[in-house]
Design a protein around this ligand. Structure first.
Ligand code: SF4
Ligand code: SF4
Length: 442
């Protein structure tokens, strides 16, 4: 029997609930009558809004300009007129300026034949510039500006470019469907990145619960004469985290506080590869993405290709609505996503899923004292002692929590998921980080 490939420490196996949508092909969501587009949809500085109230905008037009490399351009997902510019709240509690565009006029791109750009003769630097122009960020959730990730300093060599097709969060299947339906485009996106960074080796990591995607990707690699390697990984959460993925596929550990590039690697998600294909080959800015709409109380769960700025309520309606009132609506996956307070929240670049949970599925908040079972320690993929860190945070001893490695916590939720006492360990970690940063500023 072959040895299973996975990260060595910790991790959990939550039920994956992927069958709701893994067999449902991606379809287009309706175009929103009003799109609300936040200027903060990426890690780093918000984009600077470059339109005003009553301006007419075209589909794909720049409406927010990146403020430096640690930022990203934002484009209008629909043609229309700017109705309002105001501050809104996003799921992570982030406040952002947002442009509301009312649908009007003709679509410049949708429904038209897209001419193909033969990019092979374009330099790596110009390809990188094109990704910046089109507002490409990592679509796996971290929304790191791609131009920054792929800018390799003079003399440095990227040994491994690892493409993340893991999608380990329960319910989510957007990447799975993309690999089945758009594998050729994903492979072309990877070739574009190959030209930019010239990595020595390209590896695509996919968990074994997607055997059809593994087969399709492998077959198309062979058919296209590429030398990319597909690695089938044991199913384990949080394998989609780039540090865990790197441990699993190349056996190297990113140092505490470091980046994958410190060990010669760069990681990007499969959805980002497809967006790169569209940006370069079809000259298309990032104005839509695939979102999984799922949960046991969604009448017809689906994967939808959605214009950014579409309210979540319209996606839920497209999927037949709820079968019972939801107890919790989550933006992203149930392990690392954020509870959504209003279904008016718009789809942003980093949103991979909308999950509606029933009362039965939301864990009882009844908390009991720690029984010292050590399950949280065993589950932590970083090797931290969550119970110890939590106690320091509870007592306001943030310096001690930092000494125990608080800042290395990935907020993956494995510890809280494993805790029989229902201790809100992850909320504790988040609070501890906020308080430590505040204290440091003070
Ligand atoms: S949330 Fe943090 S402390 Fe808890 S298991 Fe994940 S990395 Fe470890
Ligand atoms: S899993 Fe919960 S009960 Fe067990 S040691 Fe950790 S915090 Fe305590």
């Amino acid at each position: 029997m072959s040895k299973q490939v996975t990260f060595p420490k910790g991790g959990v196996h939550p039920p994956d609930f992927k069958l709701f949508t893994s067999g449902v092909p991606i379809r287009n969501a309706p175009i929103p009558a009003l799109a609300v587009i936040p200027m903060q949809q990426h890690m780093g500085k918000p984009a600077q809004c470059v339109v005003s109230k009553d301006d007419l905008v075209r589909e794909g037009m720049l409406i927010g300009r990146a403020q430096g490399v640690f930022s990203a351009n934002i484009h209008s997902p629909i043609p229309g007129v700017v109705k309002e510019i105001r501050e809104i709240y996003l799921p992570a509690g982030i406040r952002s300026e947002a442009v509301s565009i009312e649908l009007q006029g003709e679509f410049d791109r949708s429904g038209k034949d897209e001419p193909r750009l033969e990019w092979q003769g374009i330099s790596g630097g110009d390809l990188l510039k094109s990704l910046a122009d089109k507002g490409i960020v990592g679509l796996g959730g971290a929304t790191f500006p791609t131009v920054l990730k792929y800018t390799v300093r003079e003399g440095a060599q990227v040994e491994y470019f690892v493409v993340n097709g893991v999608e380990c969060e329960p319910f989510l299947t957007a990447d799975h469907r993309l690999m089945l339906e758009k594998s050729i485009e994903i492979l072309e996106g990877i070739r574009i990145v190959q030209k930019i960074m010239k990595p020595r080796q390209i590896i695509i990591g996919i968990e074994e619960n997607k055997p059809d995607a593994i087969t399709v990707m492998k077959e198309n690699i062979v058919r296209s004469g590429l030398d990319f390697k597909v690695v089938a990984l044991e199913v384990k959460y949080p394998q989609g985290d780039e540090k865990q993925l790197l441990k699993a596929v190349i056996g190297r550990e990113v140092p505490s506080g470091g980046l994958p590039l410190d060990i010669g690697a760069v990681v990007s998600n499969v959805g980002t590869m497809q967006a790169i294909y569209e940006a370069v080959v079809l000259d298309k800015p990032l104005i839509e993405r695939v979102v999984t709409v799922s949960g046991s109380i969604i009448r017809n769960p689906a994967n939808l290709k959605v214009r950014l700025g579409t309210p979540l309520s319209e996606l839920i309606e497209e999927c037949g609505g709820f079968t019972e009132p939801p107890s919790k609506l989550i933006a992203g996956g149930p392990m690392m996503g954020f509870a959504v307070l209003s279904a008016d929240t718009p789809v942003t670049k980093g949103l991979s899923g909308v999950i509606a949970l029933s009362r039965r599925q939301v864990r009882s908040p009844l908390q009991t004292p720690c029984i010292g079972c050590g399950r949280c320690v065993k589950a932590c993929p970083i090797g931290l002692q969550p119970t110890v860190i939590y106690k320091w945070i509870e007592h306001g001893e943030y310096e001690e929590a930092l000494n125990e490695g608080l800042m290395d916590c990935k907020e993956c939720g494995c510890c809280g998921y494993s805790c029989p006492a229902r201790i809100p360990l992850i909320q504790g970690m988040k609070l501890g980080k906020v308080m430590s940063r505040k204290n440091k500023k003070a």
